[in-house]
Design a protein around this ligand. Structure first.
Ligand SMILES: [Zn+2]
Length: 451
């Protein structure tokens, strides 16, 4: 080997100088090209319907390549690392549960739906792939999650996974706690008794107060609001409107442990609205049609190059501190129309320091989308928008290193990766799932009686 190297070196030094220069620069260019692989979004790998994106592995790999060494090579349209974007509070309304202090902080919950895998669920929240592998090796069953099961997990302040709970069934919960760099499994079997309870009442004041007066707990009220979020706005209910809620509650030694919403019926202005739970943990109307409204994957008509990716654990190389990038940056010319990705209500539309002109839209009760560095705002707070509506023109305002759109998607008060997150989809149950659901509806609907 040293001999070969020596002869190559000799041949090289024997070349005339212009040749040496040419050969040298060629090698550098070849090396640069082989290292430089910009992440360009490929439209065919996604479908607008969130369930159908292909090959998440490829995307995850590309995201890793789009990191600091690339940023050194190409000037990217993004935000300076030392300047976090504002963490502006979304205006709360009467339906929001402001009692989120204490045990709930840092705990995330997710109901498994069709096509989900442990890695697709956790990585969209920015959890490290190495943690996912550790978990999957701990219990191989975690590679076979079932639709409707619930996962909840806890992160520390650095965004690192501390524990994961897996509700295998109503009776069995497995917990994986991080101990000395590995996850320790424990199994808990619930001993309680489940029974159904009908709670009915009339609107008198806010829905939250009326429902609690009818005997629902605050978390049960939240479940009702969530189940109906795409078909009705509980703030619009009038005095005297009626509701009936069927809960399944677990009691252990006389104490209520947990509960699950089975079905809800609301009568407003003489019209009845229903949401009934299917085995997938989602709520549908009496025909099994989806109540959720679909989202677009991208907030623009055309797809633009990604100049910086979602990375909640991004490190500032200078300070060594975490400088999360809670959204995706799309490099685009100033003045590109920015579209709302789903039906919703504008909650913020204003100029702020680092974010420049920006818009926040609330979709249902669980989703918000954020659009920053805009040139021109086209909507005002309180305005209702439809999916695909123009809300602004893109720009380069605030702390921005080039014309781009910074786009964030939040689910249950947490930023997720907008490129891989499971999006709300329209559409209902089909085939065997629908048949089973309709049989369930036949059982539940007659029970939803008003007082
Ligand atoms: Zn950004």
């Amino acid at each position: 080997m040293p001999q070969i190297a020596r002869s190559i070196a000799q041949a090289y030094s024997n070349l005339p100088r212009p040749h040496r220069v040419l050969l040298g620069s060629l090698s550098v260019i070849t090396l640069a090209v082989s290292v430089w692989r910009p992440f360009i979004y490929q439209p065919e790998s996604f479908d607008n319907d969130a369930d159908n994106y292909i090959a998440p592995g490829i995307i995850a790999k590309a995201i890793q390549l789009e990191s600091s060494q690339l940023r050194a090579l190409t000037p990217e349209a993004s935000e300076p690392l030392d300047q976090p974007l504002p963490d502006d509070k979304i205006p709360q309304d009467e339906l929001d549960d402001d009692d989120k202090t204490g045990a709930d902080v840092g705990v995330r919950e997710y109901v498994v739906s069709t096509g989900d895998t442990l890695s697709s669920i956790l990585t969209q929240y920015g959890i490290d792939m190495s943690d996912v592998s550790l978990l999957a090796n701990k219990n191989r069953d975690l590679r076979n999650l079932k639709v409707g099961q619930t996962l909840s997990w806890e992160l520390n302040e650095e965004g690192e996974l501390q524990s994961l709970s897996w509700e295998v069934s109503r009776r069995e919960t497995r917990t994986y706690k991080l101990v000395n760099g590995n996850f320790k499994e424990s199994v808990e079997i619930q001993q309680g008794v489940w029974h159904n309870k009908l709670l009915a009442g009339k609107m008198n004041g806010t829905f939250v107060n009326s429902a609690m007066a009818a005997g629902l707990s605050r978390s049960e009220v939240n479940a009702v609001i969530k189940s109906m979020q795409w078909q009705m706005d509980f703030r619009k209910l009038k005095k005297g409107d009626q509701f009936a809620v069927l809960m399944s509650r677990e009691t252990l030694a006389g104490k209520r442990e947990q509960s699950q919403l089975i079905g809800v019926r609301v009568r407003s202005s003489g019209k009845d609205y229903y949401a009934i739970r299917a085995d997938d943990g989602k709520y549908y109307d009496r025909q099994g049609s989806g109540l959720e409204k679909g989202f677009m994957r991208f907030p623009t008509l055309k797809q633009f190059r990604i100049s910086s990716n979602f990375n909640p654990r991004r490190l500032n190389p200078v300070t060594g501190r975490i400088a999360p990038h809670r959204g995706v940056d799309f490099s685009m010319p100033v003045g590109t129309p920015v579209l709302s990705v789903g039906d919703g209500e504008v909650v913020i539309s204003k100029r702020s320091g680092a974010a420049g002109n920006y818009v926040v839209i609330r979709h249902g009760r669980q989703y918000t989308t954020h659009y920053m560095h805009l040139k021109k705002l086209l909507v005002t707070p309180g305005q209702k928008v439809k999916r695909g509506d123009r809300i602004a023109l893109s720009g380069n305002t605030g702390r921005s290193t080039g014309p781009h759109l910074h786009y964030e998607l939040w689910v249950n008060n947490q930023a997720v990766n907008p490129l891989t997150a499971k999006l709300p989809r329209s559409g209902g149950l089909a085939g065997q799932d629908r048949t089973e659901y309709l049989a369930q509806v036949k059982q539940v609907v007659p029970q939803l009686q008003f007082n």
